[in-house]
Unconditional design. Structure first.
Length: 338
C-alpha cells in the first residue's frame, strides 16, 4: 500500500526559488555513501524513528508504511511502545521502528520504562531518523541527540516544513544543525506530503544492506490486532479529553475474542477494555455527563477498528482508578510496559 496523496496549493515563484536554493545547499552538505558494485537481490534493514515528544514521529511512521499502525494525538508520549511497521517496494523492505518520545520532564516508573524502550531501539539498527520540527531545536531535542550513538548513520528529518512561514530561514538553521552532529543527510519535509515521503524512502534505501526480507511482502506491522485495539481506545481517550486528562492514563484489553461473522461480515470481534486512571476526578472526566464521553470513545473506536480490521466489532469499556500506578514498577510491567 502506498502513502496517501495530499492536495497541494500551487507554490509562488519566490517559494520555488528558495526551495531550489535549499536543495542545492543540501546537496553540497550531504555525506557521500560509498558506491559498491551493483547487487541483484533483496535488501532489508531496520530504521529507528526517534525524537522528543510531539515532533510527528507516529504520523511519519504511518505515512511511510502507507496505513495507520501507530496512534497520534497532541498529548506528549502518545506512543508508549516500540511499534514496528514494514514497507516493501521493489526489491527493498524497510522495517521502521517508532519509539516513544524521549521524556526528560518526569522521572516516574512509566517514563523510565519508555526511555528504556527508546535506548533499546537505537542500539542495533542500520539507520536512525532523528526527527525535529523544521527550524526548531531546543534542550529536549539536544538530550535525545546525546543518547544516539555515533556509529550509526543518522538522518536529520526536519519535519512539519509545511508549518514554516519563512522558508529562507531554514538554510541557516540547517547550517547550525550541521555543527551539532555529522548527520549523513538533511531531509526537510512534511510527513503529510506524499512526495516528501517517497523522497525519504529513496534516501533510506541506500543505507539498507543486502539480505533477505524479514517479513512477508504484504505485512505492515508485527503488532497483534489486540494490541492495535488497545492503542485505538487510548488514542480516542486522549483526543476526546484533550489536555484535561493526565498522560499517565492507560488502557488494558481484558477480552479479545473472534467469532465467525454473519452475512457480509466475515468475522466478529468481541472486545472488553479497561481505561485506567489515577484519580476519581479523572474517572468522572472519562465517563462524562450521563456517560456521553465514554460512549463516544467506544463508538469512535468501534468505527475505526471495523474499517482497519475488516470485521464487525462489539466493544465494552470500563473505567478503574489505580492511584499511583505510573510510579509503581510492578504495575507498570503488568500493564504491558517493559
Amino acid at each position: 500500500m502506498t502513502a496517501r496523496k495530499t492536495t497541494e496549493s500551487k507554490p509562488d515563484p519566490e517559494a520555488v526559488e528558495v526551495q531550489a536554493d535549499l536543495e542545492s545547499m543540501l546537496k553540497s552538505m550531504r555525506v557521500a555513501v560509498p558506491a559498491g558494485a551493483p547487487v541483484e537481490g533483496q535488501h532489508c534493514g531496520l530504521i529507528a524513528i526517534v525524537g522528543k515528544p510531539n515532533v510527528g514521529k507516529s504520523t511519519l511512521l504511518n505515512a511511510l508504511v502507507g496505513q495507520k499502525i501507530s496512534i497520534t494525538s497532541r498529548k506528549a508520549q502518545t506512543t508508549r511502545h516500540r511499534i514496528t511497521g514494514m514497507h516493501t517496494q521493489g526489491a527493498t523492505q524497510f522495517v521502521f521502528v517508532d519509539t516513544p518520545g524521549f521524556q526528560t520532564r518526569h522521572n516516574n516508573a512509566l517514563n523510565r520504562s519508555l526511555n528504556k524502550t527508546v535506548l533499546g531501539a537505537v542500539g542495533d539498527v542500520d539507520l536512525i531518523l532523528f526527527v525535529v520540527e523544521a527550524g526548531r531545536f531546543n534542550q529536549a531535542d539536544a538530550k535525545v541527540l546525546d543518547v544516539l550513538g555515533q556509529g550509526i548513520p543518522t538522518l536529520l528529518v526536519a519535519n512539519k516544513l509545511d508549518q514554516v512561514t519563512r522558508r529562507a530561514d531554514i538554510a541557516p538553521w540547517l547550517q547550525e544543525m550541521q555543527q551539532r552532529r555529522a548527520f549523513a543527510e538533511f531531509v526537510p519535509m512534511s510527513a503529510k506530503n506524499a512526495k516528501d515521503i517517497e523522497r525519504l524512502l529513496t534516501i533510506c534505501e541506500k543505507y539498507l544492506p543486502e539480505q533477505a526480507w524479514w517479513y512477508a511482502q504484504d505485512e505492515l506491522t508485527d503488532r497483534s490486532e489486540k494490541f492495535l485495539a488497545g492503542e485505538t481506545v487510548r488514542e480516542k481517550l486522549f483526543r476526546l479529553t484533550g489536555d484535561e486528562l493526565p498522560y499517565t492514563s492507560t488502557v488494558v484489553i481484558d477480552k479479545f475474542e473472534e467469532e465467525a461473522g454473519r452475512g457480509k461480515n466475515k468475522r466478529l470481534l468481541k472486545i472488553a477494555a479497561t481505561i485506567v486512571v489515577e484519580r476519581d476526578t479523572h474517572k468522572a472526566m472519562v465517563i462524562g455527563d450521563k456517560g456521553e464521553r465514554i460512549k463516544r470513545i467506544g463508538t469512535e473506536t468501534r468505527v475505526e477498528l471495523e474499517k482497519s480490521l475488516d470485521a464487525k466489532v462489539f466493544i465494552e469499556l470500563w473505567v478503574k482508578v489505580r492511584s499511583g500506578w505510573a510510579d509503581d514498577e510492578a504495575r507498570v510491567r503488568s500493564f504491558g510496559y517493559q
